[in-house]
Design a protein around this ligand. Sequence first.
Ligand code: DGJ
Length: 338
Amino acid sequence: MFVMLRFVFLLVITILYVTPAIAFTGHSLPENGNDSIVFSPGKVWKDEKDNVINAHGGGVLYNKSTYYWYGEVRGETESKGVNVYSSKDLYHWKFEGLGLQTSSDPKSDIVSGCIIERPKVIYNQKTNKYVMWFHLEMKGQGYNAARAAVAISDKPTGPFTLVKSFRPNGHMSRDMGLFVDSDQAAYHIYSAQDNYDLRISKLTDDYLSPTVQDTLLFSKHREAPALFKKDDQYYLITSGCTGWEPNRSSVHVSKSLFGPWEMAGDPMVGPKSELTFGGQSTYILPVQGKKDAFIFMADVWKPKDLKDSRYIWLPIEFKNDKPIIEWKDQWDLSVFDK
Ligand code: DGJ
């Protein structure tokens, strides 16, 4: 009897509340899905075929009216490479395939069993090539190799071919980001010296190698660098170093990429802001066609099941020139129209 009553009660609740909500909004759950025109940070995010997006530690390239999202493929076992998704509006993503694949050749630096993390892709106008940089750990060496690796493609969706892997100017290189400045010069920002140092190196014109213009930014044990520029001022968001566990973010500000960088505190605001809302920075995405519109991208790592790691995308606001990233359960791009 009790079970029957409970069933009827739940049925009534569903008919009264949930059905009109679906009819009205098109989605009952605060999920990032194919029917969604809002961002729901931390919730499962699905592509247009309803598969969960698998692109961690990633970055976004805007090229010829399309956004491309590149990220680590996380599965049951080892790294498989880098996934590519495309989108016209940032809400809906189409899976374009595995842009960079680990190799079956035991002599390859990216032989299956290696670790590929934090891939970023930039487009080189002079060579007309898409250039991917990522953090590479060699098979069977844990996190000891500490290398940067470069791959290249004729198309944004790949396939990307490995060019080489190395320690930039002899420095260890783990977490990393890329940045292309207004003059098309590109830079690699990387955690060196067992993550104690954060360094920046200017890339060669073809974006395939670091130049010797390679400088220590600061020695504060930071990782997960994400750099952006607004009004001739550079902003660098980083995390602390606590493995897969979240920690406090900070933002440094500078008039020049080579410093001096001034610490401007923790930009996060809201519940669990002291732990970056449970996430770790990966990229700052400039929104096209909107002035001063930037999206903070972070990963909520699930170390026991890395493929279940979630994404946090939040808008960046500016108060007295200081970036503020405030938690929002849901938001959309109209926040940038204010
Ligand atoms: C933190 C880094 O930011 C991640 O990319 C990954 O390397 C983990 N550490 C591994 O513990």
